[in-house]
Ligand binder design. Structure first.
Ligand code: IMP
Length: 423
């Protein structure tokens, strides 16, 4: 392994949870480095579905799981997640550590986000309304409350007092909404600290120790490259950097520590929330993939928008993340199509476009150019070896590797752990 990053190469929901779970079998340590409970990583173990939003999915393999400094954490959600996993026999207590530098999502973040999304009306981002954006805003504005701030209750009370005064001014005067009660937030946090305090530390030191001991580390990305705040389809993005480069800041390691980057890519494309989507399909075609692919957001349950594979998107992700190989998920879902179009490039005003545009105005003028691949018209969900896939399915996988500039190392053909093929 030894230090591997798994990133989403599209708009999130590529099946990173499945890919991380696969690789976590050989990992000693699993680390999330950004985002919050806007993410949703789903893994099936037999007939049991596990969906986690904050705790790294590596916890299912009972590996030491770190919540890194680049994350924003809603402790109520973490508590629920821990209770849910524990009640189902997953050993969480003792297996998680939380960065003292990670920022907290507090009640006012969620209220402000909901009010702001409502205010934007038809221009809403379509966020998950989990308070992610406002928590990162506070971090950047240097008024955030961090995990480590809960250690000293007097300092916490003073910090909360200052920030809540400001938030209540906004809530009351701008959004005409109800204010929050600082005492209640303080008391809730005290109780949460009693529970989580022993797990809070400088998690970068654990990563460093593991690196020095030559252990296998898996960095678990959340969301996807096209949702990256710097490189995604801004402003229809999340408020953090899902890119592999964020491992350094979000987990606290130098870039030379990273050995390998695996990009998770669906065999087609999906996105939830608003924003551009060049290969989006009309509902009559999309609905043929929605049920078989389980294309409903794992965090909000919203029906995902669905489109053909877009090589422009994934090629850009390969470049931005330094992806060494791709784990292609959901290939089985395409089994019923006679023909499968793949977007190989864009044209704008009759000219070929060389790279996925950064400006939405330019992207809006781009027309996808498709190459049509023959389908394989069969159920491949029980295939275990690449050589046993139908020829057309193998050709599809190989063609996508060529188009995006990274070979496909794994193909996932179903939700169960054994439904994966090493290429
Ligand atoms: P936020 O991250 O809640 O602020 O939402 C911003 C945008 O990112 C919205 O379009 C969300 O639907 C999308 N988003 C955030 N996290 C994920 C994810 O894990 N998968 C897919 N979309 C996501």
């Amino acid at each position: 392994m030894p230090a591997t990053v798994v990133v989403g190469s599209q708009w999130g929901d590529e099946g990173k949870g499945r890919v991380v779970d696969l690789l976590a079998a050989d990992a000693d340590l699993v680390v999330r480095y950004q985002g919050g409970n806007n993410a949703g990583h789903t893994v099936w173990v037999g007939d049991q579905k596990f969906a986690v939003h904050l705790i790294p999915i590596g916890i299912l393999r009972e590996k030491l799981s770190l919540l890194g400094a680049g994350m924003v954490i809603d402790l109520d959600v973490l508590l629920e997640e821990e209770a849910e996993l524990s009640s189902r026999g997953v050993q969480v207590a003792g297996n998680i550590r939380i960065s003292e530098n990670a920022h907290l999502i507090l009640p006012y973040h969620k209220l402000i986000e909901a009010a702001e999304e409502d205010r934007r009306g038809k221009d809403a981002i379509g966020t998950t309304r989990r308070g992610i954006g406002p928590a990162y805003e506070d971090k950047a504005a240097r008024r955030g409350i961090r995990m480590g701030d809960l250690r000293d209750l007097d300092t916490l009370a003073a910090k909360l007092d200052t920030v809540v005064k400001y938030k209540n001014l906004l809530l009351k005067n701008v959004y005409k909404s109800r204010p929050v009660d600082p005492d209640r937030i303080y008391n809730d946090l005290r109780v949460l600290w009693d529970h989580f305090g022993p797990a809070v530390c400088d998690t970068s030191l654990i990563v460093q120790e593991a690196l020095e001991a030559g252990r296998n580390i898996l960095f678990e990305g959340a969301h996807g490259t096209m949702l990256d705040i710097d490189w995604g389809t801004y402003p229809y993005v999340t408020s953090s950097n899902p890119l592999s480069g964020e491992v350094c800041a979000g987990a606290g390691v130098g870039p030379k520590a990273i050995d390998r980057v695996v990009g998770a890519a669906k065999a087609y494309t999906t996105r939830v929330g608003a924003g551009p989507f060049p290969t989006e399909l009309e509902e009559s075609v999309a609905e043929r993939m929605r049920e078989p692919g389980g294309e409903f957001g794992s965090t909000t349950g919203r029906a995902r928008r669905i489109g053909w594979f877009d090589a422009m998107v994934v090629r850009k992700s390969v470049r931005l993340n330094g992806i060494d190989s791709l784990a292609m998920t959901h290939l089985d879902v395409l089994g019923e199509f006679d023909e499968i179009p793949v977007c190989v490039g864009y044209r704008r005003g009759g000219e070929e476009v060389s790279d996925f545009p950064n400006q939405l105005e330019v992207l809006a003028q781009c027309e996808p150019v498709y190459e049509t691949m023959p389908g394989w018209k069969s159920d491949i969900s029980q295939v275990k070896r690449f050589a046993d896939l139908p020829e057309n399915a193998r050709a599809y996988v190989k063609r996508i590797g060529e188009l995006v500039g990274a070979s496909v190392s794994d193909v996932l053909v179903g939700r169960q752990r054994d439904q994966s093929i090493f290429v």
